[in-house]
Design a protein. Structure first.
Length: 414
């Protein structure tokens, strides 16, 4: 057992639980006191108490030496650190209080309004150009068409707290995570996996203030859990729904397609995995293909009418800013890494859901680090995927392909 695994399991997992909740409480407190973003400060003011309460419960468990109800505490902590701040901000926003939602919430709701009125969630380039300069950024919708679904409640029922897009992000996230947990065997690795998809501050903060990434992540994790139980048809539907929301899910689609192919289940997996994104995309392409290209392709690549605010100091962004022609250098590095991962994927394909999660996690981590335009919050994808791998491995006493799981060392032979 590695040192990291020993530390994770020390005192029945309670030592790591205490560290997680303690550090999360400190992060939330610092956020509440120093963040320049109002939604983040509002989140931290509530989440710090939720994390502190969870820490006190774990301290009691340590004293009693009874590492029980860890999963239950995880769900309760998530309710306090993510769902409660989310609902509070949604109610305050509906009452007219400013600074209670990040821009992605508005974008998803605008997508729903446009979908309901015009059949496409995207504004064409000329319509974006006609907006006042200060409003052009919010005119963009750099998501897949399926994201508009979360904006339909507000389009249909108006500005009330329960039509806030984050409410429906949370509902979809909770449903997908609960379904994934029910498919996997109980154990310490599953508790840690759920913590890294829920109470980890990067996830709780994102869900409470913006939220659009969490349904995508949860659906990808559900797809992996389905693959661990050889439910490839359901896995295709789950990851296809994720890909209909955001392009970030496409690498997961590719990796799971290779897994399904080697498990002899491609015919069950591909209809949902490919069909759902295509069905979501067709109306937007038929009504206004230029609008789709401008919003989903040109804008994220930095060629839109305005510059994306997603600018975290990762290597790709730093190269794009500091090196002549740096944007193309960063994109070249990104393509080179993608090709290298593709070669490994073809030569040593994953044969278990656990190894597929590792492929997805490391691949997305490389992409996030090398993309010229990226956000720190995107790290929630690789972190959750990598930590879910042991929980998926625990379910793999039943191999998903012809080769035994213990022999599936594709990523360790690089």
């Amino acid at each position: 057992m590695t040192l990291l695994a020993r530390l994770d399991r020390a005192l029945g997992g309670l030592a790591a639980d205490a560290a997680l909740y303690g550090l999360a409480a400190a992060f939330a407190l610092v956020t509440a006191l120093s963040s320049t973003l109002q939604p983040h400060r509002a989140w931290g003011a509530i989440a710090a108490w939720a994390y502190l309460g969870a820490l006190l419960v774990v301290a009691g468990q340590l004293v009693l030496r009874r590492p029980r109800w860890r999963m239950g505490l995880t769900w309760v902590a998530w309710a306090g650190a993510a769902l409660l701040p989310l609902v509070v901000q949604a109610v305050q926003r509906a009452d007219g209080r400013a600074g209670r939602a990040q821009e992605e919430v508005l974008v998803a709701e605008h997508m729903g309004e446009r979908l309901a009125s015009s059949g496409t969630p995207y504004l064409p380039p000329e319509a974006i150009a006609a907006l006042p300069p200060g409003e052009q950024l919010l005119g963009y919708a750099p998501y897949q068409p399926g994201m508009a679904v979360f904006g339909l409640p507000r389009a249909a029922f108006g500005d009330v707290w329960w039509t806030d897009a984050r409410i429906w992000f949370a509902v979809a996230t909770a449903a997908a995570l609960i379904a994934a947990v029910r498919l996997l065997p109980r154990g310490g690795s599953l508790v840690r996996a759920v913590q890294f998809a829920t109470v980890l501050p990067i996830c709780a903060l994102t869900l409470a203030t913006g939220g659009d990434d969490l349904p995508v992540l949860a659906l990808a994790l559900l797809a992996l859990a389905c693959c661990a139980g050889s439910r490839f048809g359901a896995a295709g539907l789950a990851v296809g729904a994720a890909a209909a929301l955001k392009l970030f899910a496409l690498p997961v689609v590719v990796v799971l397609a290779v897994l399904a192919l080697h498990a002899g289940a491609a015919r069950r997996f591909l209809p949902g995995a490919v069909g759902l994104p295509v069905l979501a995309l067709l109306p937007a392409l038929l009504i206004d293909s230029d609008g789709f290209v401008e919003n989903v392709i040109r804008f994220p690549l930095g060629h839109g009418l305005v510059t994306s605010p997603a600018q975290s100091p990762f290597p790709g962004y730093l190269i794009a800013q500091a090196v002549p022609g740096g944007r193309y250098v960063a994109l070249g590095l990104l393509v080179a890494v993608a090709l290298a991962i593709a070669v490994v994927l073809l030569r040593r394909p994953p044969r278990t859901a656990a190894t597929a999660a590792l492929f997805c996690g490391y691949g997305l981590l490389a992409a996030i680090l090398l993309m010229p335009t990226t956000r720190f919050g995107y790290l929630l994808y690789p972190l959750a995927l990598l930590v879910w791998a042991p929980a998926l491995g625990a379910a793999l006493s039943r191999p998903t392909a012809t080769k035994a799981p213990d022999g599936d060392t594709a990523l360790y032979r690089l």
